[in-house]
Ligand binder design. Structure first.
Ligand code: ADP
Length: 440
């Protein structure tokens, strides 16, 4: 039994269920925020329970690729405390289906299982939004077994090819002609057959989605749904052009510098998309492109912004973090209606210039001294391999800035980034110990 439950004294809805894959920074900060607010926390995770229990938190081991079974197992584990269960939160896409099923079993407020299923597959999401009359790119799906000359007859260029279920732009590639399309498909197919991806046991690793490429400025919206009503917590501009061929994120700055008309259209589009998908409760993260034809939906996800990025958002006079606000909202305690601070704020997900072993990071003190820079976190581990996009999915680290205008917040991030120097050594090909042949 999780330690928090052993200690939990009966009475009141005082237990928060947290579903997370990695027991990394984000999970820890949610758990700590909940405990600070006086709640007990039960974590459900699909990390290997036997090998990894770094905080001895007694997390319940679950297989998120089997949501019904995982939900039943979770409900059984907490059944004796059911009357004390206050809320359930899924921290990333992979856990939303289990959270929705478990919420039904435990009588907790959450999005319906159907609505989160509408978001889990990029194909399903496109189908539902298209049917609902929302602006999405033209799209079609094909199995990797289909001959590419037959697929090519259906493609218009430029297009974007992507896996159905990966996240963080992993495996998302723009192609401008047939040769680029064939190279992109081969590259994504290699990524999908890699042990790292196969071990996720995700469905749909044998099909790819093809979409028309939508030009325009990109924005991200962080919101909170309450009985189907959308409240916008922040709208971020992404000032670096994201034109491909790969789509590694870099800078997010809020508030958005788009016109108020564009911002209103984006918010309406987000609310309409959530409605069409059937989402009604809790955190919402959405991405859009905006051009002279208005906003286009790229992605809607019933979860908070990923990982460390949430630290860019501070609310109310006490500058509480997003985690605090989401927990207050889920548990129904005061403070959830706090507004984001009035100053601009920005975060840079530090790009990975090339794949290799991260040997050294220099210039940290200089970067931290840049006016407006509030924090720098290098999250990549020294002497570990880090993959650049499209194979990669994690950044070298994060730079945060705050204060003044969006222009100042953005300039501070760029200045600090220029001061940082990363030495990444190419990984040498490994010679096969017996044959002497070089392995890929
Ligand atoms: P993920 O969920 O893995 O982040 P997305 O489908 O949201 O994948 O795509 C990642 C990024 O790729 C987007 O933020 C955007 O920059 C770019 N992108 C994806 N689809 C398109 C498209 N149809 N047109 C233009 N850019 C796109």
């Amino acid at each position: 039994m999780p330690d928090d439950l052993k200690r939990s004294k009966a009475g009141g809805r005082r237990i928060l269920l947290l579903l997370a894959s990695k027991l990394g920074y984000q999970t820890r900060s949610f758990a700590e925020a909940a405990r600070r607010l006086g709640f007990a926390v039960v974590i459900g995770s699909d990390r290997c329970h036997q090998l990894e229990d770094p905080w001895a938190d007694g997390a319940i081991p679950l297989h998120f690729d089997k949501p019904q079974e995982a939900a039943a197992q979770l409900a059984a584990a907490v059944r004796s405390h059911q009357s004390e269960m206050g809320a359930i939160l899924a921290l990333a896409d992979r856990q939303t289906a289990t959270a929705a099923q478990a919420a039904r079993l435990l009588g907790l407020r959450y999005n319906s299982p159907e609505s989160v299923d509408n978001c889990r597959s990029k194909l399903r999401q496109r189908e539902v939004l298209h049917k609902g009359g929302l602006p999405v790119p033209d799209f079609f799906v094909f199995p990797l077994t289909e001959p590419l000359d037959a697929v090519l007859r259906r493609v218009s260029f430029p297009c974007v090819v992507k896996p159905l279920r990966l996240a963080a732009s992993q495996g998302v590639i723009r192609a401008n002609d047939s040769a680029e399309f064939i190279a992109a498909v081969e590259r994504i197919a290699r990524l999908l057959s890699s042990p790292d991806v196969q071990s996720t046991r995700e469905a749909d690793l044998d099909r790819l989605l093809v979409e028309s490429y939508i030009p325009g400025a990109e924005v991200a919206l962080e919101g909170l749904l309450d009985a189907g009503c959308l409240r916008v917590l922040a709208l971020f501009d992404k000032p670096d052009p994201l034109e491909g061929p790969y789509f590694e994120e870099s800078i997010y700055v809020t508030p958005s510098r788009l016109s108020s008309q564009d911002r209103q259209r984006i918010i309406q589009c987000a609310a309409g998309s959530a409605r069409a998908l059937g989402l009604t409760e809790g955190p919402l993260h959405a991405e859009f492109r905006v051009n002279d034809r208005g906003p286009w939906v790229l992605e809607i996800a019933p979860r908070p912004i990923g990982g460390l990025c949430s630290r860019v958002l501070r609310f109310g006079p006490e500058r509480m973090f997003l985690e605090d606000l989401l927990i207050r909202n889920a548990m129904g305690i005061p403070g959830a209606d706090s507004q984001r601070e009035p100053d601009a704020a920005g975060v840079m997900m530090i790009p990975v210039p090339s794949s290799g072993i991260l040997e050294n990071v220099d210039g940290l003190a200089e970067a931290l001294a840049v006016p407006g820079v509030s924090e720098i976190q290098i999250t990549a581990r020294l002497h570990d391999f880090i993959a650049a996009w499209p194979e990669g999915s994690s950044y070298l680290g994060f730079i945060f800035s705050s204060g003044g205008t969006p222009e100042l917040a953005e300039a501070a991030l760029r200045h600090a980034h220029r001061a940082l120097r990363f030495r990444i050594a190419p990984r040498l090909p490994v010679a096969h110990p017996v044959s002497g042949q070089t392995l890929p």
